[in-house]
Design a protein around this ligand. Structure first.
Ligand code: ADP
Length: 614
C-alpha cells in the first residue's frame, strides 16, 4: 500500500499546514506557554474536534496562562509533526501509537477510559458489516472473492484488527478479496459504500455501528464473536483504547501536569475519562503476526522464508542436481570400468603379441637350425679338411726339426698354410654361429647382392663338394632393401639347398646354381628380384601346386616346411616368393621379390659378377 500511504502523507502535511496557519494555533511550539496536542482524525475534521473538545477544555482550565491547541492530522501528518517536534502530545489509535513508540519514542501516559461498560484494555475491535438480510455472507471465510470497503488499509480499528483474524484463516485481503476498496475518512463512508452496493461488506471500528440507530437497523456484523464485558458486536479480538502519549522532547513537568489534569476528568462532568496507561502488548502481538509496523522487518526475506517460499523450486533444483550428480558418478564409474576393461584387454593383447613374437622368433630360429641341420651332414667333413692340413703341416715342422732340416722358408710356408686353414675353419664356424644365433627380428638397409653373397658363402662353407654359385647383379647403384638380413639369408639358403638337392646325383655341370638380382617389372615394379636358378629335376604338376604347403615334401628326410616358411618371411617383408619352372633348360627358378627402399647415399659397385668361391 505504498502509493496510498504517499497520498495520506501528503494529505497529512496539508492538514498540518492548515492547522498551523490558523490564528489560534499559530504560536510556535518552543514557546513555553503553548501546548499542542496532535490528534488522529478518524471521523473527519469536525467530528474530531467535537470528540476531543473536552480534553481541550480541561487542559485550558488546568493550565492557565498557556495556550492549548488540538491539531488534527492523519497518520502520516501526525508522524511528521511528532518527528519535527511540532506537537508536545499526541492522541492516536493503538496501532499508530505502537508504530510511533518504536519509531519516535512516543510514550503513553494515559489510556482513554471507554466508560463503565468497557475496560481500557479491551475497548477496540473491528466489525465487518454487511447489509442486513444478506444471507450469502455469514462468516469471514465468505468474504473471499467479495468487494470490501475500508477507510484505508492503515487504520487500526477499521482494518488492521480484522486483517489479523483473516490471516489466521489464511485469507489475504489483497489476494483473496475481489476488491479492497479504500473510501477514506470519515468512517461513515464505509456504511455508505455498503448501503449503495458499491461494496459487499465494509470494515468499521466496533461500536460505531451501535452509535446510530439507522446503522443498527440497516447492517449486521459478520462473524460476530462473543466477547465478555464488551457491549458491541465485534468480528475481532479486542485491543486497548486510544492512548495519550508524550514525545521525547515533551517537558516532564508539563507531562505531569497534563496527566494529573486529564486523570481528573470524569464522564459525568466532561463526557470522557482517562485511565492509567493500558498494556499494549496485544497490539504488539497483532503487528508481529501481520509482520507490519515495527515488525515489518520480519517480512524481509531470510533464508528460511526464502526456503519456505521457493521450496518447490529448491526441491526441483535439488532433484535435478542429485540426478545430474548421480548421472555424472555413473558415467565416471562406467568410464573407469570400461577403461580398466580396455586396459586389461590391451595388456592381454600385448602379452599375446609378445608370446606370438617370441614363438615366431623361436620358430625362425628353429627353421634356421633346421636348414643348418640339413646341411651339416657334410660340415664335419668340411671342417676336417683344414684341420687335417693343419696337423700335416705341424707334424712336418716337427719332423724337419728332428732331422735338423728345418729352414726358415719351410717354417714360414708351414705357418702361413696353418694360419690360412685355421682362418678358413674359423670363417665357416663364425658364419654358422652368426646364422644360428637367437635374436629378435630387425630391419636393416642392405644391398641385395650383399645378402646373396653372404648366403652363398654360408651355403658353400657347409658343403664338402659345394656346387658353383654365380651371382649376377643388375640393380642400379645404391639400390637397397630394408630387411632382416638373417631372415632373407635363411630364404636364400633354403632356395640354394633345394636347388642343390634337386641336382644331386646329376653331372657336375647340372649342379651349378645361378643367382640373378635385378629390378622387377609389371607386378613386381619397384621391387628387387633375387632369382635362384638350378638345373635339377624340375617340378612335376603336383609339386608345382603344393610346393608352398607346409609339410609337403618329396624327400625321404625332408620336413616340407622350408618353402612355406620362406613365403611367410617374404610376405612379412611385403614381398613375394614365386616359382618359375618354365624358364630355359631343365630345373626351375625361385624368385624372391622385396620392395626397394630409398636409395643409399653411398652407391655400391653398380654391377657385380661373383663366382662366389670363398
Ligand atoms: P623340403 O626341402 O624339406 O622337402 P621344402 O618346403 O623346401 O621342404 O620343399 C618342398 C618340396 O618342394 C620338396 O620336397 C621338393 O619336392 C620341391 N622342391 C623344392 N625346391 C625344388 C627345386 N628347386 N626343384 C625341384 N623340386 C623342388
Amino acid at each position: 500500500m505504498p502509493a496510498y500511504s504517499g497520498v495520506r502523507r501528503l494529505l497529512g502535511a496539508v492538514l498540518f499546514l492548515l492547522a498551523t496557519l490558523a490564528p489560534a494555533r499559530a504560536a510556535p511550539t518552543d514557546e513555553p506557554d503553548t501546548v499542542r496536542i496532535g490528534v488522529l482524525a478518524f471521523l473527519g475534521a469536525d467530528a474530531t474536534i467535537g470528540e476531543w473538545s473536552p480534553v481541550l477544555r480541561r487542559l485550558q482550565d488546568a493550565l492557565p496562562g498557556r495556550t492549548v491547541s488540538l491539531v488534527q492530522l492523519d497518520h502520516a501528518g501526525l508522524r511528521d509533526a511528532a518527528a519535527a517536534g511540532d506537537i508536545d502530545f499526541l492522541i492516536t489509535n493503538p496501532g499508530h501509537y505502537v508504530e510511533l513508540e518504536a519509531e519516535l519514542g512516543a510514550s503513553r501516559i494515559l489510556t482513554l477510559d471507554p466508560g463503565p461498560t468497557r475496560t481500557p484494555e479491551r475497548a477496540i475491535g473491528s466489525a465487518v458489516i454487511v447489509k442486513a438480510g444478506n444471507d450469502r455472507l455469514r462468516t469471514l471465510d465468505d468474504l473471499r472473492g467479495k468487494r470490501v470497503a475500508v477507510v484505508s488499509t492503515e487504520v487500526f480499528g477499521g482494518f488492521q484488527t480484522i486483517w489479523r483474524e483473516l490471516a489466521a484463516q489464511d485469507i489475504d485481503p489483497q489476494r483473496d478479496f475481489a476488491e479492497l476498496k479504500p473510501v477514506g475518512l470519515p468512517m461513515t463512508r464505509v456504511f455508505e459504500a455498503v448501503a449503495r452496493g458499491e461494496a459487499d461488506a465494509g470494515i468499521v471500528r466496533s461500536c460505531l455501528l451501535e452509535s446510530r440507530e439507522e446503522w443498527r437497523r440497516g447492517f449486521t456484523v459478520l462473524g460476530a464473536r462473543s466477547e465478555s464485558d464488551f457491549p458491541c458486536a465485534t468480528s475481532t479480538r479486542l485491543y486497548p483504547d486510544w492512548p495519550l502519549a508524550t514525545l521525547r522532547h515533551t517537558p516532564t513537568a508539563l507531562a505531569k501536569e497534563v496527566t494529573l489534569a486529564l486523570l481528573a476528568m470524569s464522564t459525568a462532568r466532561d463526557g470522557m475519562e482517562w485511565a492509567v496507561p493500558a498494556d499494549y502488548q496485544a497490539v504488539h502481538e497483532m503487528f508481529r503476526e501481520l509482520q507490519i509496523g515495527p515488525y515489518a522487518y520480519l517480512r524481509e526475506p531470510t533464508l528460511m522464508v526464502l526456503a519456505e517460499r521457493y521450496w518447490r523450486w529448491i526441491a526441483a533444483f535439488a532433484l535435478l542436481l542429485a540426478a545430474w550428480i548421480l548421472y555424472t558418478v555413473r558415467v565416471e564409474h562406467l568410464v573407469h570400468a570400461r577403461t580398466a576393461e580396455l586396459r586389461a584387454a590391451l595388456a592381454a593383447r600385448e602379452a599375446l603379441e609378445a608370446r606370438i613374437r617370441a614363438n615366431q622368433e623361436q620358430a625362425d630360429h628353429l627353421a634356421r637350425l633346421s636348414v643348418l641341420g640339413e646341411l651339416s651332414g657334410t660340415l664335419a667333413h668340411e671342417l676336417n679338411q683344414p684341420l687335417a692340413t693343419i696337423v700335416n703341416y705341424a707334424q712336418s715342422l716337427v719332423r724337419r726339426s728332428d732331422n735338423g732340416r728345418l729352414t726358415d722358408d719351410a717354417v714360414r710356408e708351414a705357418s702361413s698354410e696353418i694360419a690360412g686353414q685355421a682362418e678358413r675353419a674359423a670363417g665357416i664356424l663364425g658364419r654358422i654361429r652368426g646364422f644360428a644365433k637367437k635374436r629378435a627380428a630387425v630391419r636393416e638397409r642392405v644391398a641385395p647382392a650383399a645378402l646373396a653373397s653372404e648366403a652363398v658363402a654360408l651355403f658353400r662353407g657347409m658343403l664338402a663338394n659345394a656346387p658353383e654359385v654365380s651371382i649376377d647383379d643388375t640393380l642400379p647403384a645404391g639400390a637397397i632393401v630394408e630387411v632382416d638380413p638373417l631372415q632373407i639369408q635363411q630364404v636364400l639358403l633354403n632356395l640354394l639347398k633345394n636347388g642343390y638337392d634337386a641336382a644331386r646325383g646329376l653331372p657336375r655341370e647340372r649342379q651349378r646354381l645361378a643367382i640373378r638380382i635385378g629390378e622387377g617389372a609389371g607386378e613386381s615394379a619397384g621391387h628387387a628380384c633375387i632369382a635362384v636358378r638350378d638345373r635339377g629335376s624340375g617340378l612335376d604338376a603336383t609339386a608345382r601346386e603344393r610346393l608352398f604347403e607346409p609339410f609337403f615334401t618329396t624327400k625321404p628326410d625332408g620336413l616340407g616346411l622350408g618353402l612355406s616358411i620362406c613365403r611367410t618371411i617374404a610376405e612379412a617383408h611385403r614381398g613375394r616368393l614365386t616359382v618359375d619352372g618354365t624358364g630355359e633348360g631343365p630345373g626351375c627358378e625361385f624368385i624372391l621379390s622385396l620392395p626397394l627402399g630409398p636409395s643409399a647415399s653411398a652407391p655400391p659397385e653398380s654391377r657385380t659378377d661373383h663366382a662366389a668361391d670363398r
